[in-house]
Ligand binder design. Structure first.
Ligand SMILES: Nc1ncnc2c1ncn2[C@@H]1O[C@H](COP(=O)(O)OP(=O)(O)O)[C@@H](O)[C@H]1O
Ligand SMILES: Cc1ncsc1CCOP(=O)(O)O
Ligand SMILES: [Mg+2]
Length: 268
């Protein structure tokens, strides 16, 4: 969809010009990588999860990213506090339900945030999204056991019910707000071999949401941008470690025009 590619390219320029603050409550595994990815995209990251400071911090931010990767009960309380404040202030919230379906704490916490508080975008892999929708699927941990297409219609219905946008990532990503369904064909098979690429993709969606007002466009644009950076990185990487470094470099160097030409966003 040319208009979504155009919107993505414009958002990248806004990001680089404005450097919006993105408040992340994310996991120990990916904190550093995520912060570097956000900086490379033009945003300004902060990682803050203390219950006593999240309301103040989110008040300074242009988007809130909640990630359940290494959660505990007190982290969940902090996420709920931050999310309630963000809702009050009209700040977009993006949720990454890492490992939903693997344990009850993860599935229940994701459901509380998605259903009781409400978020702009949920980004997960196919197994995580299926577990959120049905409660009946299990995952191997944080990696997907299902195809994106297996979760597509379930995600569309869930997005409609929750009034949110859902992005399922995989070889070809699917993004739906319950009415519209788009696919993003950017990316590279090396991406799931590096831990944190899903979490970083979620954070990039948060950055795009910070400079736009259409969550579906933010999710599709963020994923196209991140996936295209992955394609460029694969051309120079020797393996997963150098790929992770090259991904940050490619994102940093990605231009509005390259994104406009390289984004592969299609309807349906
Ligand atoms: N086989 C693949 N080919 C191309 N891109 C992929 C592939 N698998 C995942 N990606 C991309 O990698 C990023 C992380 O997605 P994914 O691996 O599904 O997340 P998670 O790490 O949460 O399971 C996304 O940008 C997605 O588009
Ligand atoms: C391995 C792991 N364990 C808990 S969080 C985490 C990182 C998951 O990151 P991603 O879903 O982006 O691969
Ligand atoms: Mg993940």
């Amino acid at each position: 969809m040319d208009n979504l590619a155009r919107e993505a390219a414009h958002s990248l320029t806004l990001l680089k010009n404005r450097g919006p603050l993105i408040h992340n409550i994310t996991n120990f595994v990916v904190m550093n990588f995520t912060a570097n990815v956000l900086l490379a995209a033009g945003a300004s990251p902060v990682m803050a999860h203390a219950e006593d400071e999240v309301e103040e911090m989110v008040s300074l931010a242009s988007a809130l990213v909640l990630n359940l990767g290494t959660l505990s009960s007190s982290w969940v309380r902090a996420m709920v506090k931050a999310a309630e404040k963000a809702r009050f202030l009209g700040i977009p919230i993006v949720l990454d339900p890492v490992g939903a379906g693997a344990t009850r704490l993860r599935t229940d916490s994701a459901k509380i945030i998605a259903e009781k508080i409400g978020v702009s975008v949920i980004r997960g892999n196919s197994s995580e999204i299926l577990s959120l929708a049905t409660g009946g699927y299990s995952t191997k941990g944080v990696d997907a056991l299902h195809d994106v297409d297996e979760a597509g219609e379930v995600a569309r219905k869930l997005a409609e019910d929750l009034g949110t946008t859902i992005a399922i990532t995989g070889e070809v990503d699917l993004v739906t707000d319950g009415k519209r369904v788009v696919r993003v064909a950017n990316g590279h098979p090396m991406m799931p071999v590096v831990t944190g690429t899903g979490c970083a993709a979620t954070a990039v969606i948060g950055a795009f949401a910070a400079v736009g007002d259409d969550p579906l466009a933010a999710a599709a644009g963020g994923l196209a941008c991140f996936g295209l950076a992955g394609e460029k990185a694969a051309a120079v990487a020797k393996g997963p470690a150098s790929f992770a470094v090259a991904l940050i470099d490619s994102l940093f160097g990605l231009t509005e025009d390259e994104l406009l030409q390289g984004a592969r966003i299609v309807e349906g």
